[in-house]
Each structure stands twice: as C-alpha cells, then as structure tokens.
Design a protein around this ligand. Structure first.
Ligand SMILES: [Zn+2]
Length: 175
C-alpha cells in the first residue's frame, strides 16, 4: 500500500506539480472533509491554486466534494475529501499496468529457448546458438537445450500473486 501510494504521489506530482501533492496529502491525512480556508491554511497556497488543483484532482477521480448552499447569502460552500473508491481504482489501475508488463515479459521469457555448454556453462539464445551451428564458441562442444528457464518460474509466481491481489481488491472495492 505504501509503495502504491508513493507511486500515486509521483503520478500526481508529474501531473499537477508539488501543489497537487500538498493538497492531496492534506486531504489524505485529514479525518474529516475540508473547506477551502482549511486547505489554504494547511498548505500555504493561494486560493486560486487550491481551487484549480482541487478541480484537477476531482477530474482524476481522486477527490470529491460535498456542496451546501449557505442559508444567508445563497452561495455554495464546498467541502472536499478523498475519494476512497476512486483512490482504490487508481491504485488498482497501477497494479494492472504492472501485471500487464510482467505478463509480456513472462510471455517473452517462456518463448525464448536457451542453449548452453555443459563444459563451461555458456548460455546463448536460440538465435545466437543457431549462428554458431549449436557449437560452443569457447570449446566447440555441442550446445544442449536448457530444460526450462529458471527465471520463468519466479516470474510466473509473481504474475500469479499480483493477479490474485488484483482480483481480491477488485472484489472488495466493487460495490
Ligand atoms: Zn564450451
């Protein structure tokens, strides 16, 4: 969760700058919804920036607001808070992207066949081995095909683990 949050903060910083991170963190660390004046006081940012960034964060689905009309002058008063559901979705999307990348790598690794020399352990890809007529470039003995790439196993486990995590979180956040 902390790593994911860090990733999200980096994303916000890249998208909205440090102001975005400041405002997001103030809301994230608050146990209640906050009005403009609270956020201005806690971030030291000017009102225009606070409003702009809040709308951007809202656009990203990370924060939401509740609006009430002042009984005195009829003006709208906004209270902002973190959109826990949107936040979970954003974190989930980041995980999905990571899983996609891992799957692509796994696919590639699983398809790649390696050849190696029994004498000195030199390991070559299929293409490299073919170019050498499947003979070791060092000792010329015949290269043998590797049973399986040990890297694939650990990669496969990681993909399974992440896949399960995503599935569990998807179930617990979809209501
Ligand atoms: Zn050799």
């Amino acid at each position: 969760m902390n790593n994911q949050l860090e990733g999200l903060l980096k994303f916000i910083e890249g998208y909205l700058g440090v102001e975005g991170v400041k405002i997001f963190q103030v809301l994230f660390n608050s146990d209640r919804e906050l009005g403009y004046s609270d956020i201005i006081a806690r971030t030291g940012l000017d009102e225009q920036t606070v409003r702009r960034v809040l709308y951007e964060l809202n656009d990203l689905g990370l924060v939401v607001y509740r609006r009430i009309q002042s009984p005195e002058d009829g003006r709208f008063i906004y209270y902002w808070f973190i959109n826990s559901y949107g936040l979970n979705q954003a974190l989930l999307n980041r995980k999905r992207l990571a899983l996609e990348k891992l799957r692509t790598r796994l696919d590639h690794e699983a398809r790649t066949v390696f050849f190696f020399c029994l004498n000195d352990g030199i390991r070559l890809s299929f293409d490299e081995a073919m170019e050498l007529d499947f003979k070791c470039p060092k000792c010329s003995s015949l290269l043998v095909q590797e049973d399986r790439n040990p890297y694939v196993d650990s990669l496969r486990k990681l993909v399974e683990k992440l896949g399960k995590e995503i599935e569990n979180e998807r179930r617990s956040t979809s209501y």
